[in-house]
Design a protein around this ligand. Sequence first.
Ligand SMILES: Nc1ncnc2c1ncn2[C@@H]1O[C@H](COP(=O)(O)OP(=O)(O)OP(=O)(O)O)[C@@H](O)[C@H]1O
Ligand SMILES: [Mg+2]
Length: 417
Amino acid sequence: MNEKLTILIVDDDDVDRMAVRRALGKTGLEPVIEEAGTCAAALNALREGNHDCALLDYLLPDGDGLKLLRDIRTADILTPVVMLTGQRDERLIVELIRAGAADYLSKDELSGETLGHAVQTAIRLYQAERDQLRAHTELEAAHRELQSSHEQLLQAEKLASIGQLAAGVAHEINNPVGYVYSNLGTLQKYIDNLYQMLEGYAHLETLVSDEDALHTVQALKKELDLEYLKEDVRDLVSESREGISRVKGIVQDLKDFSHVDEAEWQWADLHRGLDSTLNIVNNEIKYKAEVVKNYGELPEVECLASQINQVFMNLLVNAAHAIEERGTITVRTGTEGDDAWVEISDTGKGMNAETRKKIFDPFFTTKPVGTGTGLGLSLSYSIVHKHHGRISVESEPGHGSTFRLWLPLRQPEQMAE
Ligand SMILES: Nc1ncnc2c1ncn2[C@@H]1O[C@H](COP(=O)(O)OP(=O)(O)OP(=O)(O)O)[C@@H](O)[C@H]1O
Ligand SMILES: [Mg+2]
């Protein structure tokens, strides 16, 4: 050992302390020696200092060595302890060792050699244990990290494939919907033409002298309720057109949301992303909350639009879930310096400080088993991080939550064309 050892002697008796000092002097270790006279002082010193070893007397004014040993372990102090005492009680020795003492020496037979040996063995043992513990903790952390990035990848892949599927379906639907929409337009025009024609014929009725024929036509007119029919045909066509244009909107939203054709860095309109995402999660939100849009001025932002939409979706769905009965979700946007920001706040149940600290951890969820995976926010966090942006949260229990994300308008290295 190159560096000098620091050893703490814990004993209330001056003469005994001197004896221990003397014995230490003969070990050849030449340690730096510190002293404490009570359990409390010893605990304090061990907590503050960086001792290589502590030599503990069993009987102290404010407690016994066994209790002190236990206190040392509960305080997570990793200094090895060698007990020194005048008593020779086998049962006590066993208890001391169980409580974490590295070794046990009788004060009566304290020689430089035994003491030096005990101290060095204790230190070596603890060092090995500590190394093992550290390696274990590191391994555990690495394993956790690996697992979480694996799950995140799966989740991202899942979302991407859902997006791809949606975009595929949207593409297939797009064509038929397109011609139905345009045919309905033509139909409307033709119907108007037919009505004009009908008007023309109606005028001719006055010129008809054949009473029977006239009667038949008028009876038919009445039976078919021509006036109502004319009204209704118009309504039917325009309702159908409206329905189809809603389908067109959904198809467009799906395409915007997945951006599958453009899974590249691109310049995107965040408002458009927010709107299409809101339409997509509408089902999940509409029974819970009224959505208030408070959009500011936003230039286009350089981003991976489909991923940013996933962030919006996670935040919006979380906001809806946080609302128990009915509430409001407010979406605000704006710019600040070179960043665009988007804020999503809800009037839901909010979070306490402890929850707030953990929400970006993978797998952290307060939702019932099988409901939430706890990956929404951790995935969102990594997406925002990839964009060189940041995400913040303000929340109080009972006062709702506000999530805000900042995205640089332009990525550091020019990534989009
Ligand atoms: N707007 C919010 N209000 C209150 N708590 C929230 C809000 N958003 C997130 N949380 C808390 O953060 C936790 C983690 O959210 P996260 O989106 O990561 O996972 P989740 O919603 O539980 O599950 P999922 O993986 O399905 O999204 C939630 O379980 C909830 O406790
Ligand atoms: Mg969530």
